[in-house]
Design a protein. Structure first.
Length: 651
């Protein structure tokens, strides 16, 4: 029985989907790929281009292919399963709104040890490029890696064995890197050179830093492998690019989606991608315990200029749907799907089957309601359609003419108005967002200073008043020094959140920015041990700005210094101020220069990499909010980075 079970679920040819393929696609698949089983397909444009989830008999691999039925030269392989004889692609969907294909690959297997590794598992997205084509190099991948897995790997490779297996440890994490990337494991001690691979891992172990390796967290509660695993250049040297594309601080995932290794079912609803994911639990079967499916839950993908994220829809968060079985779905058997989209006149309704396989939920994008069976739900959909028609006695053709006339008239007006107001509106919105952020920083800084810092000062005072023996005096002094150091660090944090010079500055007043920059440089040197000098070309020159411009300049400098600390491996930073006059207009030119690894500036500032290099984009956005101001980024590999900020002072 076990052999039969494994045979059925490991041989993709046994669950080939028997759906009716478009004739042109069926012919193109046979001509371009040979004998194949097509499990799923998505049409892109007018039955000319398709994405197909296919199993090719010539090499026994499950692949995702772009098939151009008119021109075979434009067809190409998008993704291939890691191992032959497996079906790893669980579902595909194409969203016309953002011209993006989404699919999920469940590519788990055992690596060089007994530990499962999810080498290529995750959500994938492929968006049409600006030139109107799909390109494989634009394929994006997203996956969360659970902290407990990392902890187990660290313990079983490095802590428990008498002789640590450094190579096995590196091999495990190297297998998590993207395809076509040579990974390098890096660690930069504060007072030493950059360490790579085995030397880096040995340093972490010998200096008792492994617990920080698996416990590090960022704002999205993800294990931050992007701090350690980098892509190598053609010479094998580490670059500043992370080797694992799915580890990004601005990619957010719903907390229930840690460590996905399951079937995913996609649907498009209201121009957005929804998916169902099975939920498992451990059950006792006879004398054994094993994991099995309970139900599926519904999530939504958000993929826009702000980045990729997976969220719950609050109204759907408590609904349990039937388990999605892709094998039965590929066989086209009468399996109850978790949900589907139905039409009610011109409005889409999300119909969700309940785990009891009888009840049905209807979601209209705002509210959700439960019905005892499908018949009741169908009747509700029919009544909704009739109500819409009954409330609207105007004929459809008349309505279309009226709507088109109004649209044309409105568009003629809006084209003129929006052209003038678009830039102003965008700038106003950015200023509002940044203002809210600054208010929150000020509040947090004030709360820390007025509560925590004062409490710590009181502790120091009580400690100083303690009477101790001569033998304990040294320990008492050491405790007082530690408390004092803590107070200084807390004050530095408060200053970084909201410099005191700006907190007390009135809206209409101005202040000299240079002393603030000096304080930031001193605190940065103390915090990172990276020397940061702040110099003024003319010691007598002053640079007075209003409160808003001062805040923007401070945040730009802080972001630049943070990039130096996290990515550049620099040993020195210089901030240089210069007063310049052009056409009777006065400017402050500010240079931020480091001696780090540098980068290809055309690449990191291109539109293609905007989501990855959020810091540079943020700096540019703040400069755009300051009148007659500009910013330039100058860099090259192994030649450091220079940022030139020119800010208008006045005429």
């Amino acid at each position: 029985m076990l052999c039969l079970f494994l045979c059925i679920f490991s041989c993709p040819a046994l669950f080939a989907r028997t759906q009716n393929l478009p004739e042109d696609l069926e012919i193109a698949v046979q001509n371009q790929l040979g004998p194949s089983n097509v499990y799923d397909f998505a049409c892109v444009d007018n039955k000319k281009t398709y994405f197909v989830n296919v199993y090719t008999h010539s090499d026994n691999f499950n692949k995702l292919y772009l098939i151009n039925t008119k021109n075979e030269e434009k067809s190409f392989e998008v993704y291939r399963a890691t191992k032959a004889g497996r079906s790893d692609i669980t579902s595909i969907i194409f969203n016309p709104k953002n011209q993006t294909l989404y699919f999920f690959a469940n590519d788990d297997h055992r690596a060089n040890s007994d530990y499962y590794i999810y080498k290529n598992t995750g959500f994938y997205a492929l968006t049409k490029s600006a030139n109107g084509t799909f390109e494989k190099q634009n394929l994006r991948r997203y996956f969360r890696f659970a902290e407990w897995v990392t902890k187990n790997v660290v313990q079983n490779y490095l802590i428990y064995p008498e002789v640590p297996d450094y190579e096995g440890f590196l091999k495990y994490f190297f297998d998590l890197a993207d395809k076509d990337v040579t990974p390098v494991f890096c660690y930069k001690p504060i007072d030493g050179p950059l360490l790579t691979n085995i030397e880096a891992v040995k340093y972490l172990k010998e200096h008792d830093l492994l617990q920080f390796f698996w416990k590090e967290r960022d704002e999205f509660n993800m294990f931050p492998l992007y701090h350690y695993l980098f892509a190598a250049d053609e010479n094998g040297e580490p670059t500043t690019k992370c080797a694992a594309s799915y580890y990004k601080p601005h990619y957010s995932f719903c907390g229930d989606l840690d460590y996905i290794s399951d079937d995913i079912y996609f649907q498009i609803y209201n121009d957005e991608v929804y998916f169902a994911k099975n939920t498992d639990s451990e059950k006792r079967i006879g004398f054994k315990k094993q994991w099995s499916h309970d139900w599926s839950e519904i999530f939504k993908i958000c993929d826009d200029e702000e980045g990729f994220s997976i969220t719950r829809v609050e109204q759907l968060s408590k609904i349990h749907s039937p388990v999605y079985d892709r094998y039965k779905h590929f066989e086209n058997k009468s399996e109850l799907l978790p949900f589907q989209v139905v039409q009610s006149n011109s409005k889409e309704i999300l119909l969700i089957n309940d785990v009891d396989r009888k009840s049905v939920w209807l979601y209209n994008g705002e509210t959700v309601k439960k019905y005892r069976n499908r018949e009741e739900a169908d009747q509700a959909i029919l009544e909704l359609s009739n109500n819409i028609l009954a409330d609207d006695p105007i004929s459809v053709s008349t309505k279309i003419i009226i709507i088109l006339s109004v649209i044309i008239f409105v568009l003629l007006i809006l084209i003129v108005l929006l052209t003038i107001r678009a830039a102003v509106a965008k700038k106003t919105e950015k200023r509002k967002v940044f203002s809210i952020q600054e208010d929150e920083r000020r509040k947090i800084s004030s709360d820390i200073h007025d509560s925590i810092v004062q409490d710590i000062r009181a502790i120091r005072l009580r400690t100083e008043m303690l009477k101790v023996t001569e033998e304990s005096q040294e320990n008492k002094n050491r405790v007082i020094d530690d408390i004092t150091s803590c107070i200084v660090k807390m004050r530095d944090i408060c200053y970084g959140l909201s410099p005191a010079e700006l907190s007390t500055l009135d809206i209409g007043s101005k202040t000299d920015i240079f002393p603030i920059l000096q304080t930031i440089g001193e605190q940065y040197t103390t915090k990172t041990n990276i020397p940061c000098s702040v110099q003024n070309e003319d010691p007598a020159a002053t640079y007075y700005f209003n409160k808003r411009d001062c805040r923007n300049i401070v945040r730009i400098v802080q972001e630049a210094l943070k990039n130096v600390e996290k990515h550049s491996f620099a040993t020195n930073v210089q901030i240089f101020c210069r007063s310049e006059t052009h056409n009777n207009r006065h400017f402050m030119t500010l240079f931020i220069i480091d001696d780090g690894k540098g980068c290809k500036i055309d690449e990191v500032t291109s539109a293609k990499y905007q989501k990855e290099h959020f810091g540079l984009r943020m700096m540019s956005e703040r400069v755009a909010l300051m009148e007659n101001s500009t910013i330039e980024f100058l860099s090259a590999p192994n030649d450091g980075m220079q940022i030139k900020l020119t800010v208008y002072i006045g005429g």
